[in-house]
Design a protein around this ligand. Structure first.
Ligand SMILES: [Zn+2]
Length: 293
């Protein structure tokens, strides 16, 4: 039973999200409803599975952790993107108001929605791969990205833990180009459903085995290694939705016969709460400080 659940949960929930989105879209529901109902459905199922089929009991989120993650989810993942997106849209409108020409003809608007979403996934992941890799290899960017690597455990609700400035940088790579290209709302909505459900799975504390999908999708088995406390293990598996760019650029990492050890940063005294973490990137060396643990 556990083996069947481990092997089928990811494709089942992802497919459910896509089908729900399609049904709602074609039955006249608003684009917001068609986007957020599948995402919330995925979140509810994954929350239930984390209780019944957990990967590591000690990775369960305590109330204090969840409260901090809730602040990140609300302020950095919901409110900030809305503000940034509106700002970008207004700026683009202003830029192109006197001009008939725009860069939107570079995007294949005539393709099917599925083909456009696939193109978004492959190209968006390419840009995010290099941003993510640079965030690990360039010390200044790492100081911001260290916030995301600070938790000592993984469960779906801490997937949104990013410093607000890093979130803006990510949007410059995986949102701004597509808004500038005039990608349609239906395409963005389906992309967001896949992006969100995959993100929840990446961080989830569920015993899952993706099998051959580990050569296509950046899922939990790969992403756990990316959060290892050992730098040589964590500087791998940079993929956001897909893992293909890691395969191409030599950073795919999944040891066959052992499990990941401790997660988080070298410095076990790195602050873990929302408000103190807003200033941690500005304290040089904090992420690297060692202790006796
Ligand atoms: Zn990372």
């Amino acid at each position: 039973m556990t083996r069947i659940v481990a092997g089928t949960t990811y494709p089942f929930v992802m497919l459910l999200g896509i089908v729900l989105h399609t049904l709602l879209s074609t039955s006249g529901a608003s684009i917001l409803m068609a986007t957020y109902v599948p995402i919330l459905t995925g979140a509810v199922i994954i929350t239930g599975m984390e209780h019944s089929f957990y990967y590591r009991k000690e990775w369960s989120g305590k109330k204090s952790d969840v409260a901090q993650d809730g602040l990140y989810m609300l302020l950095v993942q919901v409110i900030l993107p809305k503000l940034v997106t509106v700002g970008i849209a207004l700026t683009l409108l202003e830029t192109f108001k006197d001009s008939q020409s725009s860069i939107s003809h570079y995007w294949p608007h005539g393709w099917s929605i599925t083909a456009q979403v696939l193109l978004m996934l492959v190209s968006g992941d390419f840009l995010r791969y290099w941003l993510h890799r640079a965030s690990h290899e360039w010390p200044l960017l790492w100081r911001f990205h260290a916030v995301h690597h600070s938790p000592h455990k993984l469960y779906w609700f801490n997937v949104g833990r990013f410093h607000p400035l890093e979130k803006c940088l990510q949007m410059a790579f995986d949102t701004l180009p597509f808004i500038a290209l005039g990608v349609g709302g239906e395409v963005l909505a389906l992309y967001l459903v896949i992006y969100s459900i995959n993100g929840f799975f990446q961080h989830c504390n569920i015993h899952l085995t993706l099998g051959p999908l580990n050569y296509l999708i950046s899922g939990p088995e790969l992403h756990r290694w990316h959060h290892s406390r050992l730098v040589k293990e964590s500087n791998q598996n940079y993929g956001n939705n897909l893992i293909v760019w890691d395969l191409i650029f030599g950073t795919w990492f999944l040891p066959p016969s052992r499990e990941v050890g401790a997660l988080g940063l070298i410095n076990r005294n790195y602050p873990l709460k929302f408000w103190p973490q807003l200033s941690t990137p500005f304290k040089k060396g904090l992420d690297k400080a060692t202790d006796q643990q």
